[in-house]
Design a protein around this ligand. Sequence first.
Ligand code: GLN
Length: 379
Amino acid sequence: MKIARRLQDLAQSDIRRMTRECERVSGINLGQGICDLPTPELVRDGAIAAIRANKSTYSFAEGAPELRTAIARKLARDNGLKADPGTEICVTVGASGAYACAIHALLDPGDGILFFEPYYGYHLNAAIVAGLTPQFLTLEPPDFAFTEAALEKAIDLKTRAIVVCTPSNPSGKMFTRAELQTLARVAEKHDLLIITDEIYEYIRYGGREHVSPATLARDRTVTIMGLSKTFSITGWRLGYAVAPAPLTQAITLVNDLDYVCAPTPLQLGAAAGFDAPKSYFDDLQSSYQHKRDLICDALRKARLEPIVPQGAYYVLADCSGLGFTKSRDAAMHVLEKTRVASVPGSAFYRGATGEKLLRFCFAKDDGVLEEACQRLAAP
Ligand code: GLN
């Protein structure tokens, strides 16, 4: 039987492939962004209580009211965004689910969608499956900054949307307010949709401010956020989209058709999590800062010079000193030698730049991360 044409050039992501390779050698997985830290009790017990209370049927397609109300409160408190929980928020199966629903609901096959490179491969490939035409603006380390002129040049008559992942997977770049103002201006001029991915919003370093692009372009932005990283529940698959009511209505329509709703008892557990005190979110930052510094030191010792991230929990490191022409080979070499898995940079770039990079995820318990660091840094 035939496979659909739109899947023709797609293969399973190296993010997942490296997890299998890692299991094969019983290694430490710093590849896939699994985030196997403990789930806060509030969240865990909230879900268990919901299951015990038999709250196990469908929620509304746009999500349980308890969670949407908690999200609206959180958006006002932490993001400076006002959203009506009744009409402007749709809870989805992970942030990936929100992204898939948004691109299917708001874009047509053939529409151009612009990515900043390095990009998160799932953003790109999900867009290809949706029949969109990917376009790129490549950003250079260490700042991954861009100018208005470069952005204008990357846009053509086909372009309908720009994807902004901030803090970025894989680079850790946090888009500055000035950059996002430029982006908003250009989007306005060309009547473009902005689709964000802010799933790492609470993981940032050096006191950097997270700016939600919607605060600068509310009417044309779909804000995508998630619970996975904030509450270490990547396997619960909970995310949400925030957008003006007509856009949210369209996104909810697709969410209903594709998923019906996100898992109800898990939604209720996550809703409880937003009652966590501010100190929970502050501690998250300081504990990740320690992990970031730990791994960057180890990578320097291993002569894998890190591009120190500003946010998120990944670090890109220069593997060109290992002497491989393909980052896949470099990742396999590091895995065989140290039993530490990473993701080849080619998963995040179209061209040669990615072949010189490996991505390491440091969302690990300190003990496990220290062991991985020792293995990497050992001569
Ligand atoms: N977002 C995570 C990463 O970049 C996990 C993605 C996945 O498992 N597909 O590694």
